[in-house]
Design a protein around this ligand. Structure first.
Ligand SMILES: C[S@@+](CC[C@H](N)C(=O)[O-])C[C@H]1O[C@@H](n2cnc3c(N)ncnc32)[C@H](O)[C@@H]1O
Length: 391
């Protein structure tokens, strides 16, 4: 029975919702076709409604596991009928999330980045997940138009965008032929500095890069297959026959590598990739830790300057307190003086009152005396005379 194309599966899908740009279907069909009947592991960053995970499960009927990762915790509630589909909640560009993904999925054969599409996330995720991809595996980045949008951290004139990064990676396709070691000219350093990631080219063994509208598919190199120059034909009349390694080995145009040698090389390569991927994780953790240290140091600096400010406020308040205490003492002194003056006044008043009391006693005695009664006619006469001659 003819297998349905990805487009047919998408158009006939009745499960959870999904949306994809038309330009993706042709490139997906071409790139994924050879893996269709394989027991692959697939990771998709960005689940949203979950439809794409269901469609991938149909497209890859023999897939071992299909894992979606989303930062939105609501995605954990999605119930998938296909038991091969699983979900991890977390920020895909975070080291801890990548560890959870590795625990669940092991080595992915396909990774699709349909997450935030922000430039820094696209690059961080690539750095984290590409080294984990199986040899010959495919890494897809969707919605690359966001690379030209400033509100996604991009811009058409910006060199350090996700498209700028991918264009630089195309140079790695022919890295074997570089005449100088990459460390000498810090090939990816501007990206490492800008996005705080560790970017050793040795981790990015790339065999093929395909671009279409807003999408890029990057095929990881399979290091067990060595690149070599092949020669065919027997007659070389214009330019002499090129000496290949194979011809030096006296074979007939084919590189002679025993199965055992190839296996050993592959094992060493695998070990190297594992160690390098661990080193990569540690280095990117290191970058994060260093960033945290810088942030903490900035916080400490801020606290110290706040402390200095508080101390100087404290000193100012203490000197104000001393000044106020002196003022208070002067006020107390003045109060005591005024109190003494008041006491003196009161004693004076009391003395005067006593005097008045004595005088009034004296007056009443006088008024009730006989001499006062006897002299009454004289006082009447005197007042009459005063009314006649006032002075
Ligand atoms: C375009 S949608 C995914 C669509 C889905 N793949 C499909 O084809 O139907 C993008 C999703 O990425 C998620 N996302 C955004 N930033 C993320 C991050 N840093 N890590 C993981 N997921 C993220 C969003 O929550 C959103 O659900």
């Amino acid at each position: 029975m003819k297998k349905k194309s990805l487009r047919e599966l998408f158009d006939q899908h009745h499960g959870f919702g999904s949306d994809k740009w038309l330009s993706y279907f042709e490139i997906y069909q071409k790139q994924f076709e050879s893996l269709r009947e394989k027991e692959i592991n697939l990771l998709e960053i960005g689940i949203q409604n979950g439809g794409s995970l269901e469609i991938w499960a149909q497209f890859f009927p023999k897939a071992h596991r299909i894992l979606g990762c989303d930062i939105d915790a609501a995605c954990a509630k999605l119930q998938f009928a296909d038991q091969r589909i699983d979900v991890v909640i977390g920020d895909a560009s975070d080291l801890k999330t990548s560890q959870k993904i590795t625990e669940k999925l092991g080595e992915p054969d396909i990774i699709i980045d349909d997450g935030s599409h922000r430039v820094e996330d696209v690059i961080r995720s690539f750095v984290l997940y590409f080294p984990k991809l199986s040899p010959g595996g495919l890494y897809v980045i969707e919605d690359l138009h966001s690379s030209y949008w400033p509100d996604f951290g991009g811009g058409s004139d910006l060199q350090l965008s996700s498209m700028g990064f991918l264009k630089l990676l195309t140079d790695l396709l022919s890295k074997d032929f570089w005449k100088e070691p990459s460390e000498d000219f810090d090939y990816l350093k501007p990206y490492a500095d800008r996005y705080g990631v560790y970017l050793p080219e040795s981790q990015f063994e790339i065999a093929e890069m395909s671009f279409a509208n807003s999408i890029c598919v990057i095929r990881k190199a399979d290091r067990s297959v060595l690149n070599e120059r092949l020669v065919s034909g027997k007659i070389f009349e214009v330019v002499g026959r090129i000496e290949t390694i194979a011809s030096q080995d006296k074979s007939d145009g084919k590189l002679v590598v025993s199965h055992e040698q190839l296996k050993q090389a592959t094992d060493i390569q695998k070990e190297f990739i594992e160690i390098s991927s661990k080193a990569l994780e540690l280095k990117s953790e290191n970058v994060k830790i260093r960033q945290e240290i810088v942030e903490i140091a900035a916080e400490v600096g801020q606290l110290q300057s706040e402390n200095t400010q508080l101390n100087s406020e404290n000193t100012e308040l203490s000197s104000q307190m001393v000044y106020r205490a002196t003022e208070l003492e002067a006020v107390h002194q003045e109060l005591a003086e005024q109190q003494a003056a008041l006491d003196a006044r009161e004693a004076d008043i009391q003395a005067k009152e006593l005097q008045i009391e004595q005088l009034s006693t004296r007056v009443s005695q006088l008024l009730s005396s006989t001499s006062w009664a006897i002299t009454k006619p004289l006082r009447i006469l005197s007042s009459m005379l005063k009314s006649i001659w006032p002075n």
